[in-house]
Design a protein around this ligand. Structure first.
Ligand code: SF4
Length: 607
């Protein structure tokens, strides 16, 4: 890792590359972190001096993100995915095996400085757990037996591309830096992965005036695929009406909801569909700039996505005068995140894009009015843009023939956990959970978490419910838990996840989520009374009602939905009121009485 002069050169290059633009601080920090292996006060001071801002402001941003290390780390830094699914597939045992093989404890550096190990919230690999990132390269389907071989081979490597061991996902061994994971598309559907698609969406969009494009999207009743379900046509219309010289299209590729990975598959298999949708949106709202906010965990996709963008520029589908239209210029850049779940929320994402901490903004104003760099901004999910492309290609009537009247079209479901065929399924909205469980081979599901930790924990009696905005709403995550799983332990894992990911800005979320996690620990440990459960229920309501953003408002969901759907599990876990204490207070105090007695009672005894 670089010395002072070398680091100064790296920082100077990074600052120059973004034109000394303070709002591109994330890029500068990424480059500096890559060069130094961590970020320290010297880095903050040098970056601050180059940008003309205080070092403390630089540190303020950097300290927000989990992937920016503040302390030196090993030549190989390994993040292990920690989610209920990864844990049930053996992530703890895998991490322990790596700790033994490297001599590094989790959260520390090995004595020889070669390795550092850490847990990460979710790596977007729920279909192939246990997974890890080794210097940013994804490795999947790990077992404890893999650890010694991988560590030995890494020790002999130079930390770069050469000499690294061969391993990787999907049975195809690859050298580590290129380790590719399976894209896991199990069931392509009739729209997004339709092999017959013409790829003509953008051309058809440009043949129509912008407001006609917005109307087509509205007629299709397209709603946001990230989970919130806001009508896309209305968002684009508001954005178009927003005041400002510059409008922006932002693609939210920060899919951090544990259990979801369908955007990873879309960006691997069909990135053009996404970029095309962004370009259509730019035409519709009058934008000339677009940004894809790519989660740090998917950094390994960056090179291939950049290649696609270059190819689109060469084909006249990005850049100046797109498809020969002299008045339509639009280009896209990719912004890498740095590990913060809350940045999936659109206003947090915009803050991060502007080089700040990813704290949510107060709303209004909404991003459609004042978003990225103060301009009207349409922030949409990866899958939403892909749907928009197909709608312009084939028409709103074709698209809305799929799904239900309130949830038109198809949906990508990321299925993981205890099932025979985990992966991505493209199905029409309205499919029942039972139908999905049949497809994926999960006949013995004891409970299913739909929509990630912030969604609903569904009991078997409700498997007839439909996956749709009007019933079981989901951004795509469907985690299946078999007969051997404990619903309370899963609720605890999810609650701890929220406590960890809270940005800390507001008290109900910061303090409430921590207390809720502590109470769940008590319940799972068999130390809770009915009063504890009632107190947790009341606190959950307060946290939901008073938190500032969606994270806090949904953080109590794992507790609330398991209390609602599995009350018998809570009842069974409680300390019974008619219990016989295992500790007899009188017996327990006797020893101390004996110890004290000689001094105090001797005279009486003698008498
Ligand atoms: Fe931050 Fe949580 Fe408050 Fe949202 S609800 S602003 S994540 S502390």
């Amino acid at each position: 890792m670089g010395g002072t002069a070398e680091m100064q050169a790296i920082i100077d290059d990074a600052v120059r590359r973004v034109g000394a633009d303070r709002t591109r601080l994330m890029d500068i920090l990424q480059d500096t972190h890559r060069g130094h292996g961590h970020l320290d006060h010297g880095d903050f001071a040098a970056i601050g001096a180059a940008l003309g801002i205080r070092a403390a402001a630089v540190e303020d941003t950097a300290s927000f993100y989990a992937f920016f290390n503040r302390l030196p780390r090993g030549r190989f830094h390994i993040f292990f995915s920690r989610t209920p699914v990864s844990l049930m597939k053996g992530a703890r045992e895998v991490a322990a095996a790596f700790a033994a093989a490297t001599g590094a404890q989790i959260g520390a550096v090995s004595p020889d400085g070669a390795f550092s190990l850490a847990w990460a919230a979710d790596l977007g690999m729920a279909d192939q757990e246990p997974s890890a990132l080794v210097n940013g390269a994804a490795v999947v389907r790990l077992s404890p037996a893999d650890a010694p071989g991988i560590v030995a081979a890494l020790k002999g490597a130079d930390g770069k591309a050469s000499g690294l061991p061969l391993f990787g996902g999907d049975g195809a061994a690859q050298s580590l830096p290129q380790a590719r994971i399976a894209d896991s598309l199990v069931e392509p559907g009739p729209a997004l992965f339709d092999a017959e698609a013409t790829g003509d969406g953008l051309r058809r969009a440009l043949e129509r005036p912008p407001d006609e494009v917005v109307k087509e999207i509205s007629k299709a009743k397209l709603r946001g695929r990230g989970g919130a379900g806001f009508p896309t046509g209305l968002k684009w219309k508001l954005c178009r009406q927003g005041k400002g010289d510059r409008r922006f299209v932002v693609c939210n590729a920060d899919e951090g909801e544990p259990g979801t990975f369908k955007d990873r598959v879309l960006l691997t298999r069909a990135p053009d569909l996404v970029f095309e949708g962004m370009t259509i949106a730019a035409h519709a709202i009058g934008a000339s700039s677009g940004v894809v906010y790519l989660r740090a965990e998917y950094a390994y996709l960056l090179a291939s996505l950049e290649e696609k963008l270059s190819a689109r520029r060469a084909a006249g589908r990005l850049g100046r005068n797109i498809l020969g239209r002299s008045n339509f210029d639009f280009d896209i850049r990719i912004q890498l995140g740095a590990g913060a779940y809350v940045c999936g929320e659109e206003s947090s994402l915009i803050e991060s894009l502007e080089g700040k901490r990813g704290s949510p903004r107060d709303r209004p104003p909404f991003p459609t009015e004042r978003g990225y760099l103060g301009g009207p901004t349409a922030v949409d999910n990866v899958e939403t843009f892909a749907c928009a492309t197909r709608i312009l290609e084939r028409g709103s009537a074709w698209f809305s023939q799929f799904g239900t009247p309130e949830s038109t079209g198809v949906k990508l479901f990321s299925v993981s956990g205890d099932c025979e065929r985990p992966g991505v399924y493209e199905l029409p909205f309205g499919v029942t959970l039972n139908e999905l469980l049949d497809r994926v081979g999960a006949s013995e599901a004891r409970f299913v978490q739909v929509g990630g930790p912030s969604g609903e924990c569904v009991a078997p009696k409700d498997y007839g419910r439909r996956l749709a905005y009007e019933d079981l709403s989901t951004g795509g995550s469907v985690m299946i838990f078999g007969p051997q799983r404990n619903v309370l332990e899963t609720a605890l894992e999810f609650t701890e996840f929220f406590a960890e990911e809270s940005c800390g800005w507001c008290t109900p979320c910061r303090v409430g989520s921590t207390i809720l996690a502590e109470t769940m620990r008590k319940i799972v440990g068999g130390r809770a009374s009915l009063e504890d459960v009632i107190a947790a229920h009341n606190l959950a309501r307060t946290v939901k009602r008073t938190s500032r953003c969606g994270l806090g408002q949904t953080a109590p969901n794992p507790i609330v939905s398991t209390m609602r759907n599995f009350p018998e599990r809570y009842e069974a876990a409680l300390v019974k009121e008619d219990f016989t204490p295992r500790v007899d207070l009188n017996d327990a105090l006797e020893e101390s009485r004996r110890v004290q007695r000689p001094d105090k009672t001797m005279p009486e005894q003698q008498a």
